[in-house]
Write a protein that binds this ligand. Structure first.
Ligand SMILES: [Zn+2]
Length: 327
């Protein structure tokens, strides 16, 4: 797929500087010199934009030692070096407790709340849900934010050795955790998920989860299981969820999706059958939608069906299908 890397969170070519991860002296000197750190609170990067975070948004990086980083739980993680050679780190400041937090908002399907740190005098800076702002960040900022969210979420849930249960320590500038008790070494996990544009003639298969916003339909998706190829996972998921038999499968595009650690593998597949049998454990509904009807859905003008979220790979694949640009 020629446009495959135009998807949100695609690489912007950030140099991840893996060669610096063992260089403790370089890291200490970079931090001592006030290297840029992206503060992240409960998975939400600190950003600057307008007070309501509408319009364009940029990451609010702060120098190491800045008061907003005072509550960082562990040493910053090295994300890479920018095009000018400046290092970029990220740190988890989830231990900070805002004066007021609307927990229902923070845990909502799409958290629209913004938490403002008292060390930030600028009223237009705060912690914002990445999904709400992802399409309004520059490609470089989106890559940094997605990487930061994924790696920090991994650290927050992998503080103890999976082999022996002892507390593990951060090594490799944040890209590994080691266990002193048993010698175990643990690496950040990435979970492959297939998401597939299944067509039958001029129709595309969509479904909806009961947990999604009302009316929202998207492409079917599911985790790749151990011992399975991407193609087999596509066929199994579509058969399990919708009862549709899929023949040929082709890879199209991938998208890092840090919720919490997925790598979405966008594929297309040709349906060999048409009668839908929904698995109620997985889906509330599934249906075929014609190209003409999908044009209306995608434009947000359908009376019953809401489109896939802008910025998500499903939206990207459907858009490219509608414009005949899957090749
Ligand atoms: Zn251990």
């Amino acid at each position: 797929m020629k446009r495959s890397e135009a998807v949100t969170f695609a690489t912007s070519g950030l140099d991840r500087a893996a060669y610096r991860r063992k260089d403790a002296t370089w890291i200490i000197e970079a931090l001592a010199a006030g290297a840029a750190v992206l503060p992240v609170w409960r998975g939400k990067p600190m950003v600057s934009g307008s007070a309501e975070m509408t319009g364009s948004v940029r990451l609010a990086l702060r120098p190491y030692g800045h008061p907003v980083l005072a509550m960082a739980s562990e040493e910053p993680v090295l994300l890479g070096v920018d095009d000018d050679g400046a290092p970029i780190f990220t740190a988890d400041v989830s231990d900070w407790v805002p004066a007021e937090t609307d927990e229902d908002q923070v845990k909502a399907f799409l958290d629209q709340s913004v938490q403002r740190h008292p060390a930030e005098s600028d009223a237009e800076t705060g912690f914002a849900e990445l999904r709400a702002i992802m399409t309004r960040l520059s490609p470089r900022d989106a890559e940094i934010a997605a990487t930061a969210r994924a790696i920090l979420t991994w650290h927050s849930t992998h503080g103890f050795c999976a082999r022996c249960g002892a507390k593990s320590t951060v090594t490799e500038a944040g890209w590994q955790r080691d266990c002193a008790a048993c010698g175990g070494r643990h690496f950040p996990r990435t979970d492959p998920v297939v998401i597939m544009l299944i067509t039958h003639g001029d129709e595309v298969l969509v479904g909806r989860s009961p947990f999604w916003p009302e009316g929202m339909y998207s492409l079917l998706a599911g985790f790749v299981e151990p011992g399975e190829t991407v193609e087999a996972a596509v066929r199994r998921e579509v058969l399990e969820e919708a009862g549709i038999v899929v023949g040929r499968v082709d890879y199209l595009s991938s998208q890092p999706w840090p919720y919490p650690a997925s790598l979405m593998l966008g594929c297309k597949g040709v349906a060999l059958s048409q009668d839908i049998t929904v698995d109620p454990e997985e889906l509330e509904d599934a249906r075929w939608i014609s190209r003409d009807e999908m044009l209306v859905v995608h434009a947000g003008q359908h009376p019953q069906i809401a489109p896939a979220r802008k910025g998500a790979i499903a939206h990207f694949l459907i858009e490219n299908w509608l414009s005949d640009q899957l090749d």
